[in-house]
Design a protein around this ligand. Structure first.
Ligand SMILES: NC(=O)c1ccc[n+]([C@@H]2O[C@H](COP(=O)([O-])OP(=O)(O)OC[C@H]3O[C@@H](n4cnc5c(N)ncnc54)[C@H](OP(=O)(O)O)[C@@H]3O)[C@@H](O)[C@H]2O)c1
Length: 284
């Protein structure tokens, strides 16, 4: 068994490689300097040479707001790049585990989103990921599509780090209260992804830490756990005026994952405390 991980320097890829090394599974982490996934020839020749049994595809263009101004780049990386990786997996008969997002949904559903609910993305980023999911399904039979949300981890940038940084120079921050989802710690998600990749339980799944909150609740928890004095002014998404429209309801159902025999991840608050501790921040 040999696993190739794309986006290995990003927040999720970094923890996936860490988990594979911990389990002593032969693996190789690659990033843009090894090959650019938008270059089909380079992608095919690199993967065909390594001949992995599975590819965990974490590489992506993740700038949700910037994507509205540079849609071509976003589609090139997230859609065409993912299709290139899927074609290479097909050529090597490798399984592919592709990471997707809650932003493929429009957030208008009342209850939790199930993996086979109809996608209807609201943003360029969401459309690029929905198209990538379709591409993977069209090309491969041995695929897993794992939709996750609101990632935070040691490597790379995320909401937690942004709140901590902004709180240094601000006593009060405006944060959105009417978008609800699940913050997810990459160190918790990575072992689950490895378990899924080692299985043959192909299909689309949702995987996040347990529990739901708004961005404003999330920010308040960060400041509370880290003993930081910073007030959160709760504003609507409309008032915040981000470039990209985000779904209000990002609550993903994990029942399919449980039915397939995989475990729930811990609650997001507990995961957040562990992350803050790992960053050396005092935690209540
Ligand atoms: N972050 C979230 O909150 C979130 C939420 C839901 C789903 N997801 C999905 O989860 C996955 C992992 O996200 P993440 O937060 O770990 O991402 P990340 O930290 O932004 O890492 C992405 C990695 O992909 C690399 N990459 C970008 N373009 C590439 C290209 N053309 N060729 C090769 N590598 C390229 C990046 O390299 P450079 O840094 O050099 O560009 C980076 O190392 C993605 O599929 C994302 O869509 C993320």
């Amino acid at each position: 068994m040999k696993i190739l991980v794309t986006g290995a320097k990003g927040q999720l890829g970094y923890d996936v490689i860490k988990e594979l090394n911990k389990r002593k599974i032969e693996c190789l982490g690659v990033d843009k300097e090894d090959f650019d996934i938008t270059d089909k020839t380079a992608t095919m020749s690199f993967i065909e040479l390594y001949r992995p049994s599975s590819v965990i595809h974490c590489a992506a263009y993740n700038f949700v707001d910037r994507a509205e101004d540079e849609p071509e780049l976003c589609f090139r990386v997230n859609t065409s790049g993912t299709i290139n990786v899927a074609e290479a997996c097909k050529s090597c008969n490798a399984k592919m585990l592709h990471i997707s997002t809650d932003y493929v949904f429009d957030g208008k559903k009342e209850g939790l989103y199930e993996p086979d609910d109809t996608v209807n993305p609201l943003s360029v980023y969401g459309i690029s990921k929905a198209k990538s999911e379709q591409g993977v399904q069209d090309i491969l039979e041995k695929y897993f599509i794992i939709r996750t949300s609101w990632l935070f981890g040691t490597a790379g940038q995320n909401f937690v780090k942004k709140m901590l940084m902004l709180s240094k120079n601000n006593k009060m921050l405006n944060v959105v209260y009417d978008q609800v989802g699940s913050p997810t710690y990459t160190a918790d998600l990575a072992p689950l992804l490895v378990d899924i990749a080692l299985s043959e339980k192909y299909g689309i799944y949702h995987a996040t830490n347990e529990g739901f909150c708004s961005w404003a609740d999330f920010a308040e928890a960060i400041f509370n756990f880290a003993n930081i004095r910073c007030d959160v002014r709760r504003i609507s998404g409309t008032e915040y005026q981000a470039k990209a429209v985000r779904p209000k309801n990002c609550r993903l159902s994990k029942s399919k994952l449980l039915k397939a025999g995989f475990d729930n991840l811990p609650p997001w608050e507990e995961a957040l405390k562990r992350f803050l501790q790992s960053e050396g921040l005092c935690v209540k």
